[in-house]
Design a protein around this ligand. Structure first.
Ligand SMILES: [Zn+2]
Length: 453
């Protein structure tokens, strides 16, 4: 069904909301930019996208005019560790393993508890909403705390509960983590915004036995699996030396490859990997800024896209980025795709926007619910203000969005029809309180560091 063909009489008697932006980029149909149109929303869902001339007779509770703005589907941050906002800037300019083993893991062992995760996750959600993200995937300790934070602050989330054979804050062992995760799934099974996934951390922290258990349960419950995979050349080389298999081969042997697998990073992709990803319809989640900052390598996005592989976009945690700005991430992704492929035509603005919206929804199994502005889908929408000096003149709004915008230009955000940001201000979230709490954590962490030194 095409939205423009939708008969107007199918609109509700009185609509909750009519958004009237300068441009609408619905993402479906592909590459369309509408002008002189409005998005009609009722009971949290998009009812229709209608020509402006047809809106005068509509009964509407709220009309939101955004005369210099482009309206896009809410952005989907398909990979991150939300609570790590509290470690933002704690340890920079280090390679992945040094960063993890000497800085992040010790800090996590020392500081992470339920209160830490609540504070860090709330800070992350506030930052993401202000930057136009309406859905995020999280993989961090105390997943029940992150799920509750998403529910309470009103953002869509996939909570991938972490699994590892090593010790993890908040659980006795991996069996305990698994039981807790399954209980969380039971709790959120019918929740409109929060869904649960398995989050086996990485091939080098999760053994075959645990992965087989995940595979069986994922098949039974039809739950997604998100895993860091082929993040660095070193990871693949170590695996080859120790087992004779590349990590992706190992996952194939264990039966984990499939459309429900979300492979995060994939900076190392040989011909056989490419074939496996394509054959099993695995989604890849590209985290360009984290990969560049840790010098982990470059995901060959253009090759993956040419092979028909679904590629979504994520910021990764704030400790390795160091922000959760999806428009900034998009800019990096589009430039990096060109640099890596040697093709200026690689990942153009529309393809990049698709990656940050509908491809993310597909990766998370949410494509029927979000990722595009289509009648019937949840009203997850982001408006970006192109009126500033740096965005003028506007020939192609999507190009401007990709190459000149960041979170700072996001003005209005709705999640399932509820306005979460209006005129660049969070609604229903006290951001000053969040900042004060985060600063208090930073003081404790810093004082602890000095004490140890
Ligand atoms: Zn990560």
């Amino acid at each position: 069904m095409r939205q423009n063909d939708l008969p107007l009489h199918s609109l509700a008697d009185e609509l909750d909301l009519l958004v009237i932006p300068r441009w609408i980029v619905p993402v479906v149909p592909a590459r369309q930019v509408l002008e002189q149109h409005a998005v009609a929303v009722h009971q949290g869902r998009i009812v229709a996208i209608v020509p402006l001339s047809a809106t005068t007779s509509l009964q509407v509770r709220e009309r939101r005019e955004l005369p210099e703005h482009v309206l896009i589907p809410g952005l989907i941050n398909a990979h991150g560790h939300a609570a790590m906002t509290l470690f933002r800037g704690l340890a920079d300019d280090l390679p992945l393993m040094t960063w993890l083993q000497q800085h992040i893991w010790p800090a996590e062992t020392r500081w992470v508890n339920g209160a830490f995760v609540q504070c860090g996750t709330e800070l992350a959600i506030a930052e993401m909403l202000l930057g136009g993200t309406t859905c995020f995937s999280d993989m961090y300790f105390y997943p029940q705390v992150a799920a509750r934070a998403a529910q309470e602050l009103g953002i869509r989330a996939q909570i991938a509960f972490p699994l590892s054979d090593g010790p993890m804050p908040g659980v006795a062992d991996s069996a305990d983590a698994l039981a807790g995760g399954l209980q969380l799934h039971d709790e959120y099974r019918h929740h409109p915004l929060v869904s649960i996934a398995f989050g086996p951390h990485a091939p080098y922290t999760v053994g075959d036995e645990l992965l087989q258990r995940v595979r069986t349960l994922s098949d039974e419950l039809e739950l997604p699996i998100q895993m860091h995979l082929h993040e660095t050349a070193g990871e693949v080389a170590d695996a080859l030396r120790q087992t004779g298999e590349r990590p992706l081969q190992r996952l194939q042997r264990l039966g984990l490859l499939g459309p429900r697998l979300q492979a995060v990073h994939m900076t190392q992709v040989d011909d056989q990997d490419l074939q496996l990803l394509r054959e099993h319809q695995v989604s890849v989640i590209h985290c360009p800024q984290s990969n560049m900052k840790l010098a982990s390598g470059f995901c060959p996005v253009q090759r993956l896209l040419e092979a028909g592989i679904n590629v979504a976009l994520g910021t990764d945690g704030a400790a390795s980025n160091n922000d959760l700005d999806m428009l900034g991430e998009l800019h990096s992704a589009t430039l990096l795709a060109k640099a890596v492929s040697g093709m200026p035509t690689a990942l153009d603005a529309h393809a990049a926007l698709y990656m940050a919206t509908l491809a993310g929804a597909r990766a998370l199994g949410l494509e029927d619910e979000t990722g595009s502005l289509e009648p019937g889908k949840a009203a997850d929408m982001t408006a970006v203000d192109l009126s500033g000096v740096a965005h003028q003149p506007v020939y192609q709004p999507v190009s401007q969005l990709l190459h000149t915008c960041s979170a700072a230009q996001v003005s209005d955000v709705w999640v399932a029809g509820r306005q979460a940001v209006r005129d660049r201000q969070l609604i229903g979230i006290e951001h000053n309180t969040l900042i004060a709490r985060a600063q208090a954590w930073a003081r404790r962490i810093q004082q602890g560091d000095h004490h140890d030194a």
